[in-house]
Design a protein around this ligand. Sequence first.
Ligand SMILES: *Cc1c(COP(=O)(O)O)cnc(C)c1O
Length: 433
Amino acid sequence: MLSYLRCIEENCRLVQSAARDAQQCGACGGLLDVQYDFDPFDPDALRAEWHQRRLSGEPVDRSGVWRFRELIPFMAPGARIVSLSEGSTPLIGARRAGWWAGPVHLTVKHQGNNPTGSFKDLGMTACMTRAASLGVKMVACASTGNTSASMAAYAARAGIRALLFVPYRQISGAKLAQALDFGAVVIEVGDTFDQAFRLLRDIAPELELYLVNSVNPFRIEGQKTIVAEMLEQRAWRPPDYIAVPGGNLGNASAIGKGLQELRALGFIEKVPRLIVVQAEGANPFYQTITSGSPDLMCVDNPDTQATAIRIGRPANWKKARRALQWTDGVCESVTDDEIFAAKQVLAEDGIGCEPASAATVAGVRKLCRAGKIEPHADVVVVLTGNQLKDTDYIVRRRSEENEGGQRLRVDPSLDSLRRALDQVLAAPAGLDR
Ligand SMILES: *Cc1c(COP(=O)(O)O)cnc(C)c1O
């Protein structure tokens, strides 16, 4: 038994065979971890092997998830992998954003450069591979948008039907379009993600639906490989901090698990501190952590323009709390205006992303201002989604903020055009605004 499922609750720890997937502990209903009996690694030899695989043309080696398959050995060697060549995303310096946020040494790990445009693809290749190996006929998820786009693509590839539950009129047009394009059936139900998710969880067993939300522990396994990839790109020098936005808190959980395992296996000694950033109108985890409450302080009507993190009852909060404990991490909360400011500054560096992703940079700035991050710290922020995922947001906010003269309507005469351009050229550009 190389891999098995184990309940994360301290006073339960029930071990279940991974032969049939479960979403929660059969005894106490707690979240499950995929655990492995790892043989001792020679970290140097394995690093060299991972590096070597980058030259390979095999799909399993080209994937930024399966290239690190020794860290996620839940499939038999040689098993069929459902992959779209996910991962291998760039790590980019962001000098202006780093100056604005700190000053800190800021780099972004851009997960928007994934096949469907978000980090969800890392988890989806893992759990869809799993679903295919179990002969699943239909997969389902509730989603704020990106999970659905990703599920639809990987399900199509695996030849599995996909059923999507989304809150009515609450997800971005681009994400909905992706899911439809890949042939998913879309069920609009409820007003919030939390409602849609609860209904799906209740009905899934009856319809024998295989859930691919991040409560599926195999999603977390795929997502945790981001840590290995990022460290490899940094020649295995850990940063001081890694920041992620927090919605359902799967990503924070995955990064925490990845860091903890890489330390236990001898790949790193220093563990970066994890920073989880939530939007002020949807910050149940922030409230829970800062108050020290033993129970989740739910937000009943989550509200933020960063729709990817508009979640009031994050299912993975206990795993994320554990990740903060493992990494001596912190949680921060930022307003929608702070998120927009951070997104604008990233744009000054030529880096586009979703609003939810930019929350990380806003959070870093706030923690620096509060003296909780030291000046010139080495910070990696995970940009979770692609710029084009929510163009309505950009057009709306950039048209409001028009003092920089970004959108001008000009009469079709040379005189008016000259006057308008004179005005534009006289105005200060970029960060001087
Ligand atoms: C899903 C998502 C998040 C939130 O991630 P969780 O794992 O749910 O905390 C943040 N940003 C984007 C772009 C996402 O798609």
